[in-house]
Design a protein around this ligand. Structure first.
Ligand SMILES: *[C@@H]1O[C@H](CO)[C@@H](O)[C@H](O)[C@H]1NC(C)=O
Ligand SMILES: *[C@@H]1O[C@H](CO)[C@@H](O)[C@H](O)[C@H]1NC(C)=O
Ligand SMILES: *[C@@H]1O[C@H](CO)[C@@H](O)[C@H](O)[C@H]1NC(C)=O
Ligand SMILES: *[C@@H]1O[C@H](CO)[C@@H](O)[C@H](O)[C@H]1NC(C)=O
Ligand SMILES: *[C@@H]1O[C@H](CO)[C@@H](O)[C@H](O)[C@H]1NC(C)=O
Ligand SMILES: *[C@@H]1O[C@H](CO)[C@@H](O)[C@H](O)[C@H]1NC(C)=O
Ligand SMILES: *[C@@H]1O[C@H](CO)[C@@H](O)[C@H](O)[C@H]1NC(C)=O
Ligand SMILES: *[C@@H]1O[C@H](CO)[C@@H](O)[C@H](O)[C@H]1NC(C)=O
Ligand SMILES: *[C@@H]1O[C@H](CO)[C@@H](O)[C@H](O)[C@H]1NC(C)=O
Ligand SMILES: *[C@@H]1O[C@H](CO)[C@@H](O)[C@H](O)[C@H]1NC(C)=O
Ligand SMILES: *[C@@H]1O[C@H](CO)[C@@H](O)[C@H](O)[C@H]1NC(C)=O
Ligand SMILES: *[C@@H]1O[C@H](CO)[C@@H](O)[C@H](O)[C@H]1NC(C)=O
Length: 817
């Protein structure tokens, strides 16, 4: 969801232009309409009916309680249970007092409880992924969960694995984790487990194929009618294998981790709106993955009533009709329409019962019926999406207003921010700083925010610690880099000078600042904004960042660049001899300044690694968003995912394209060695086809069984304490189908090592890790022949390899069609 304003801003006219070839220019990409391939994957087959939940996989008792609850409901109450209402939270299911049900409060978002006061702003998903640290991913999710709970929100609208990062330009990549399904899958599991261990329902979103913001929603012509559509939303057209191996993969982890809810996405998918796409909702999610929770819509992503219900949607949010569901006073496609559809037999009441059973099962499983905190009334005051004037129902507030839920989370957020900071370049021992006596600080990202702590615009002056849209947070404080540097530098009695106007820096002779002489170090802070509802226009830093660096580095031979960014930035100054260090700090959250100072001064040894690839030029990336069409058909917005599995490093590796900093790359102040890579099978007879077992949440449980253990020794050889991220990449044998990427991440660990310490690290390869999705048999198959296992410190810094042959004999069994 997003604000009305940004919706209106995104109602742009169709522009007919082509993608600019120059590296950093604003680009636009016209997707030609290709009717030839419409037949191949331009449509979705119907998968009906929507399967009933059973509570299978550990939710049986909660499922029985949910069924008992449903049995007591009137039809009108049933409609209420599946239809959002305007209220204090961004999504609201109203209370049913006679059944002691106090309703559901649904709140954004992936880095904070957004509509709240006295809550923390955590690191963004991209920063959390850059830690490659399961413990931090869990802890971050858990602490956020405690804050949602403390504010009385039963449902947290997070975490994000769609967008995954198909396109470097997508405006919401920072809300999600990594441009890799394996790392994102681990991040989803850890985050969801952390959130739900706090008693809060997690929501995996956006299901599925939500890889661009441009035209994610239809274009409406409100002068004709509130919901009159001139162009349908873009259709993400994804083939079956790519769907399984890339985009569905992390959602499988989410379901495996027993996620309560899955949010369907705005755009169309293979021709049908995602929230009424039965192939993915009934087929992939509820049948193949055995999902037992409920599908909720993104805000206003519902375009039909009966069809959406039949096709697997369980909850309509925020409930009203029209753009973003913003017009509840004009009715709902669920609500009264649902009671009518049941009464006249269009929708079987058993389907509605299943919808509510799915909604109430996680509620009981998490014990939310007992002593759950009430909704904090301050949410109602801060809720710009459904302010009090829009409410159609009464909400009673009990409990204290403006409860402070931050506890001591600021300390953890500082650690998380530092752990997600990636050191990209470090020459001449530039970092860590060695008690410099004279420091010059440059850039409009260095200082305190100048436009308030709830930023929804790319303001010029002030540091960026989160992006915009529904995935942002409301800071209660924000430690800016300049203040943190001054505090730390005072310990050394250092002189700190600042110059924060980028335009001025870019056009000036910065030696004016040399007081009394060349500073020991010049720290340049650059930023890159990204937000929901808009894709990025370029991959450079904003506000003339490249010119700022050039201007400083011309006179300062120890220029250190720090970026606060939504993700990928091409860094044309990376080869400049005076740019001695580059640090990608992403969006670290409220302790930003302290997190970066900890790394710059060496109190924390950097251990972040890139969760995406930094290429030389913007034009080196494939799969740009479709930004325009040059035909006028209502259905013509199409985005063909015809790069298939070639997302991020899979593309650069397949096509042997040189990159500046590859996926998984990140430096440390120490060095590491790896040795003694060994792989051994868990069982003797590994079959190509998984044994068939009853579906559990996450799919066939055989896919999650470890079939190989891989061990390696990691040593800290560099003299200071630090953390290594050994990464295991798998190369499939030639018997795998064409299009299989040269190597794919299938294991990683974060290993904290004292100087001279050596530790053995174990990776567990599951059956899914060594399988491809066979579109003929509709099975995950292990191809016969030899796999190569590569252990590296990045995707291109491979230190040692070994090979395994799980399935020998040359032929493998395919299940008959
Ligand atoms: C419009 O699309 C057609 C293919 O459908 C293409 O040949 C033509 O060059 C496009 N025009 C522009 C301006 O992009
Ligand atoms: C349309 O798709 C087909 C099948 O993938 C391909 O062979 C053809 O080149 C495409 N046509 C255009 C104009 O892109
Ligand atoms: C769901 O359960 C109800 C009640 O047992 C039954 O009538 C209905 O047919 C079931 N639906 C499906 C899709 O199995
Ligand atoms: C509602 O809660 C009260 C107080 O705990 C209890 O006495 C009553 O039986 C409950 N009613 C229902 C329908 O569960
Ligand atoms: C039913 O849906 C229509 C839109 O199709 C809407 O105009 C109407 O208000 C809805 N009815 C109710 C009772 O919500
Ligand atoms: C809200 O509560 C007031 C006072 O109890 C009552 O008069 C009014 O009818 C209620 N409104 C709704 C929409 O339930
Ligand atoms: C920043 O510097 C430019 C160029 O000198 C100037 O035009 C602009 O007014 C300055 N901005 C502020 C806020 O001082
Ligand atoms: C910048 O200032 C320094 C010190 O005054 C001077 O040596 C240098 O020539 C100046 N550079 C330019 C381009 O004016
Ligand atoms: C690097 O900085 C020094 C001043 O310390 C300057 O003389 C030199 O020209 C700079 N190098 C480049 C390539 O700009
Ligand atoms: C920068 O230049 C100064 C003065 O020439 C020199 O003392 C210093 O060592 C140089 N620093 C680096 C990092 O090259
Ligand atoms: C690490 O080992 C080296 C070589 O044996 C030794 O010189 C050094 O003191 C050791 N460092 C620590 C911190 O133990
Ligand atoms: C593989 O199967 C085919 C067809 O059944 C058979 O002709 C061939 O000999 C088999 N190859 C091996 C290596 O077993």
């Amino acid at each position: 969801m997003t604000s009305v304003l940004s919706f209106l801003a995104s109602c742009t006219l169709i522009a007919a232009s082509v993608r600019a070839q120059s590296s950093e220019d604003t680009f636009s990409y016209v997707q030609p309409l290709n009717t030839t391939i419409l037949g191949a994957y331009g449509h979705s087959p119907a998968v009906l009916p929507s399967p009933n939940a059973t509570g299978n996989g550990g939710w049986e008792a909660a499922h029985a309680r949910a069924q008992a609850f449903v049995a007591q409901l009137t039809l009108e109450e049933k409609a209420d249970m599946v239809t959002g209402q305007p209220g204090p939270c961004v999504g609201n299911i109203v209370a049913i007092p006679r059944l002691n049900f106090s309703g559901l409060c649904l709140q954004d978002g992936p880095l904070a409880i957004r509509v709240a006061d006295y809550a923390s702003v955590f690191s963004a998903g991209v920063s959390a992924a850059a830690t490659w640290d399961r413990t931090i991913l869990y802890e971050r999710g858990h602490l956020m969960g405690l804050e949602f709970r403390g504010k009385g929100a039963e449902v947290a609208l997070m975490p994000v694995s769609g967008p995954l990062g198909r396109s470097a330009y997508s405006g919401r990549n920072w809300e999600g984790f990594a441009a890799d399904p394996y790392l994102t899958g681990v991040a989803m599991e850890e985050t969801i487990t952390g959130v739900q261990d706090a008693g809060v329902q997690a929501t995996a979103k956006h299901f599925i194929g939500n890889e661009q913001e441009t035209q994610r929603n239809p274009t409406y012509n409100a002068s004709i009618a509130i919901d009159y559509v001139t162009f349908e939303a873009v259709s993400a057209n994804i083939d079956d294998r790519t769907m399984h191996e890339i985009y569905l993969w992390p959602f499988a982890n989410a379901v495996h981790a027993k996620v309560s809810s899955v949010m369907c996405s705005y755009q169309r998918l293979n021709g049908s709106y995602a929230c009424e796409n039965s192939a993915v909702q009934n087929g992939l999610l509820k049948t193949e993955l055995g999902f037992q929770g409920y599908v909720m819509s993104d805000w206003g992503a519902v375009h039909t009533g009966v069809a959406s219900i039949e096709n697997g949607l369980d909850m309509n949010m925020p409930g009203g009709i029209g753009v973003y569901g913003l017009f509840p006073q004009l009715g709902s496609l669920f609500g009264g329409n649902l009671t009518r559809a049941v009464s006249n037999g269009s929708v079987p009441e058993s389907r509605v019962d299943d919808m509510i059973t799915r909604i109430m099962t996680p509620y009981y499983w998490l014990g939310q019926d007992a002593n759950y905190p009430s909704v904090d009334e301050s949410s109602a005051d801060l809720n710009t999406f459904s302010p009090r004037s829009t409410w159609l129902r009464n909400f009673t507030f009990t409990g204290t207003r403006s409860r402070d839920v931050r506890d001591d989370h600021g300390e953890a957020i500082r650690r998380h921010g530092a752990a997600g900071t990636v050191l990209l370049k470090n020459e001449n021992g530039a970092l860590p700083l060695k008690a410099p006596k004279s420091i010059a600080v440059f850039g409009n990202d260095a200082g305190q925010d100048t436009q308030g702590f709830y930023n929804q615009v790319d303001f010029e002056f002030g540091t960026l610690a989160a992006g915009g849209g529904s995935g942002t947070g409301r800071f209660t404080y924000l430690v800016d880099p300049l203040s943190a540097i001054k505090t730390r530098a005072a310990q050394d009695g250092a002189l700190v000078q600042q110059w924060l106007n980028n335009t001025l820096i870019a056009t000036s002779n910065v030696t004016d600042l040399w007081i009394p002489a060349l500073p020991d170090v010049c720290l340049v802070f650059l930023k890159t904004w990204a937000e929901e509802a808009a894709d990025r226009q370029h991959l450079s830093t904003d506000w003339e960042g490249n010119a700022v660096v050039d201007s400083v580095a011309k006179y300062c031979n120890n220029t250190i660049v720090v970026t606060h960014s939504s993700g990928i930035n091409t860094l044309p100054f990376a080869d400049h001899p005076n740019v001695t260090a580059i640090v990608a700090a992403h969006y670290p959250g409220q302790a930003s300044g302290n997190s970066i100072v900890d790394v710059l001064y060496g109190d924390v040894n950097p251990s972040g690694h890139l969760p995406y690839t930094i290429a030389f030029n913007g034009s080196d990336y494939n799969a740009p968003p479709t930004t325009a069409i040059n035909t006028t058909g209502k259905d013509d917005w199409q985005s063909w995912f015809d790069e298939e599995l070639e997302v991020d490093y899979r593309y650069f590796d397949t096509n042997n394209i040189d990159v500046r900093y590859e996926f998984g790359y990140g430096l440390s102040y120490t060095t590491f060695n790896v040795s003694d890579l060994q792989a051994s099978p868990i069982e003797a007879d590994i079959t190509s086809v998984p044994g068939s077992q009853p579906i559990q949440p996450g799919g066939n449980p055989m896919l999650w069984a470890t079939i190989y253990t891989v061990t390696v020794s990691v040593s800290n050889t560099g003299g200071v304490y630090g953390a290594a991220v050994p990464q295991l990449y798998v190369t499939f044998p030639d018997t795998a189908p064409a299009g299989t990427p040269p190597k794919q991440l299938r294991g990683f660990d974060k290993v904290y090592l004292a100087a001279n310490q050596t530790q053995s690290v174990t990776f567990e390869l599951m059956r899914r890790d060594l399988s491809y999705w066979d579109v003929i048999s509709q099975e995950w198959l292990i191809p016969s022949g030899e796999f190569t296992l590569s252990l590296g410190m990045s995707s291109r810094d491979i230190r040692t390899t070994t090979s395994i042959t799980p399935v020998s004999g040359g032929n493998y069994t395919r299940r008959a069609l």
